[in-house]
Ligand binder design. Structure first.
Ligand SMILES: [Zn+2]
Length: 99
């Protein structure tokens, strides 16, 4: 599918839902069928709409990841699925003393 299609197709969505039970953020309980289909690699950074790079993210985590991509990283699991890991604000106090 590559970059020709911006959104996941219905078939891709079904395939993603078959692979994930919940939002792919580690520990998030939102069911995958209530989630949006996220590009594991942000679309803006050249991510593609390939099934292998799609994962369900609930509205909150999808938005938060898009707003603060620096706070998240992804992990590829042995079964081919992805887990979204949150590491919080990096250099939280770094800017505070900068002039
Ligand atoms: Zn979530």
């Amino acid at each position: 599918m590559g970059r020709a299609v911006r959104l996941a197709t219905p078939a891709q969505r079904r395939a993603v839902l078959a692979r994930y039970a919940t939002c792919y953020r580690e520990g998030c309980p939102i069911p995958a069928d209530m989630a949006e289909i996220d590009h594991v690699q942000g679309w803006a950074e050249g991510g593609t709409t390939d099934l292998d790079l799609l994962a369900p993210a609930c509205t909150w985590h999808n938005r938060d990841k898009a707003t603060h991509p620096d706070r998240y990283r992804t992990r590829r699991n042995h079964d081919g699925t992805w887990t979204l890991l949150y590491h919080g604000k990096r250099n939280r106090f770094a800017g505070r003393f900068r002039r």
